[in-house]
Design a binder for this molecule. Structure first.
Ligand SMILES: [Zn+2]
Ligand SMILES: [Zn+2]
Length: 287
């Protein structure tokens, strides 16, 4: 089996293991091209983002692993960068300043509480319910509209290489039903965001984390989004969003089965430092 994964967290953010541990496990699992994407530093205290002071060590560890395992696996450096409307150009800035190989742009925060603390939409149910009530007066549709508005703004103004977990907010629907994913208004939001994605040149990730963490019944994006990605001809890559090395190809095989069933023929991979589309089947990429 031959796989790639461009969405990995290690001890420098909210993962726990060394970069080298992920690399070694990747080699065991047949990963031939692996990218690290710690959560970029942000301006407020939280448990998951990288500390700015750790960036040199992070980059050095990635570089060292790339050299040590040269010929066995390709290693790339990146960040998963949070999009906030008030911080224009932050994705481009990180890429330029750190000479990253690629970027992942993700929306994890929508609006903010009264004290200015950004509201985390993919955290615990309690936090989600608090923001829903205090910031949005329990109007879930307004939340979804704003979430996808941020996604569209990011794609239009500060487009990353990879669009992180397009519809991750629907993981909250796994806790309790906040909205009907079959409602036309919701489907239109996903469609509108992907229409913009199609024009932006972004690669959409198919993120398997919700599945192996059992926080979702589908990948991010789910089948609705996947069908639209196919329809609009948006290139995709397969990522596990691993926070532990054992998650490195979590749910890849089942997801590859689904992707083949939906008519996808190629996955985007980084090979020799350039993005290219490669055919795949349920046993992996034809590297
Ligand atoms: Zn994320
Ligand atoms: Zn992530």
């Amino acid at each position: 089996m031959t796989w790639t994964n461009y969405h990995n967290h290690c001890k420098y953010c909210d993962g726990v293991e060394e970069i080298e541990t992920h690399v070694q496990q990747g080699i065991i699992e047949g990963v031939v091209s692996l990218g690290f994407s710690s959560h970029s530093p942000v301006s407020f205290e939280n448990k998951w983002s990288m500390k700015e002071k750790d960036i040199p060590a992070y980059l050095k560890d990635i570089q060292a692993a790339g050299e040590k395992y040269f010929g066995q696996i390709e290693i790339y450096k990146s960040l998963e960068i949070d999009y906030f409307p008030q911080q224009s150009g932050v994705i481009k800035k990180w890429v330029d300043n750190l000479d990253l190989d690629y970027s992942i742009g993700s929306v994890h925060f929508v609006d903010a509480f009264e004290d200015g603390m950004p509201w985390e939409i993919d955290g615990p149910l309690m936090t989600f319910e608090k923001g829903l009530e205090e910031i949005f007066g329990n109007d879930i549709r307004k939340v979804l509209e704003k979430y996808f508005e941020y996604t569209v703004q990011m794609l239009e103004k500060d487009c990353p290489t990879i669009l992180g977990h397009l519809d991750k907010i629907k993981m909250q629907n796994h806790h309790r039903l906040f909205f009907d994913e079959n409602a036309t208004w919701y489907q239109d939001l996903v469609k509108q965001a992907l229409e913009v994605a199609a024009k932006s040149g972004v690669i959409a990730e198919v993120n398997t984390r919700g599945l192996y963490k059992k926080r979702a019944s589908e990948t991010y994006p789910g089948e609705l989004g996947l069908r639209l990605l196919k329809k609009f001809g948006i290139p995709i890559c397969l990522n596990s969003d691993a926070h532990q090395s054992k998650e490195i190809i979590g749910e890849y095989k089942n997801t590859a089965v689904l992707l083949k069933h939906l008519g996808f023929k190629e996955l985007m991979v980084l090979k020799n430092n350039s993005w290219q589309a490669m055919p795949f089947d349920v046993n992996g990429i034809h590297w």
